[in-house]
Design a protein. Sequence first.
Length: 393
Amino acid sequence: MIYKRVILKRGKEESVKRFHPWIFSGAIARADKMEEGDLVTVYTHDGALLGNGHFQIGSIAVRLLTFDDTEIDEQFYVKRLTAAYGLRKALGLMRDDNNAFRLVHGEGDFLPGLVIDIYGHTAVMQAHSPGMHFARNIIAQALTELPGDLVHNVYYKSETTLPYKAQLDPQNDYIVGSYDTDVAIENGLKFHVDWLKGQKTGFFVDQRENRRLLEHYAAGRRVLNMFCYTGGFSFYALRGGATLVHSVDSSAKAISLTNANVALNFPDCDRHKAVAEDAFKYLDEMHKGDYDLIVLDPPAFAKHKSALRNALIGYRKLNAKALEKIETGGILFTFSCSQAVNKEQFRLAVFSAAAQTRRKVRILHQLTQPADHPISIYHPEGEYLKGLVLYVE
């Protein structure tokens, strides 16, 4: 198939030759007339073919899917999705006690612009590029062809993830199948997933291993789960033997789902309480020593580099409040999911917060995203989740 042509400026092919999948608009010398989502072939200034990908209007003008002349058709998606499935199979994520995981993590699975999370037999698909939006039906069909009778339903949820300038007006809906159940299982714990109206794909599967680590530390502790969303860390803490768990989120709907998830796993539990409250206000008003295990898992403070400075100030203030109030001998799990904040910057913000409180603080663990959110070695920007586990005296 002949795709539209993109010709790079002299010297701008070096990153592509190192298999980085993004081509910025400033690197393009000339191109055919094209529209959002068009398939394009990229060439060097002297005509050497570099690869095929999706075009979009914006600073990232092309996301490369191949670094050769492979055709982007249904068989291409079947092959890439089967490879993604094989990795998750090798990771042991498909078990009787676990049916929730990320199947496709964009560039980390060599499918830039595409995210797919699995909840039971439902795949929740998000397109982050117009090209993936236009390929959604082919991708959905390919998902149903995966081994192991994995996918029965495909829910497309891209109303908030596609570029605003593209003016695509996507509709969230089932492409394949229909609603059957919203209950999924993670490491033996059940939870409701609101993929219809909830954040992202409905649940944050990227914290699965970090939640299990928290369970290890929870026995006998009083736990505060701040920015709890639908309560993931909370029900792990309860299973781990926490004496009390308080879940806090500014969203009343999230608190309702947290209570429902706790009830799924621990009916009539008297150790749990959920509160709809602003995080900073709650931390201000709580007493020192109320908790000896605190989780800070806020939404992204910086979605773009322009917000970096304010984000780092926010992380410093938030962590300072928690470090000031936590009981002696307490453990703080603190995270950043802001892609614009690297792990060194986040660690410096937490260091500044610790120095401000003048308490003795030691790092027990340095955390990141799990293996079903892989990072392409050629695309370090795919590393977004940073976490520290701190012991506070």
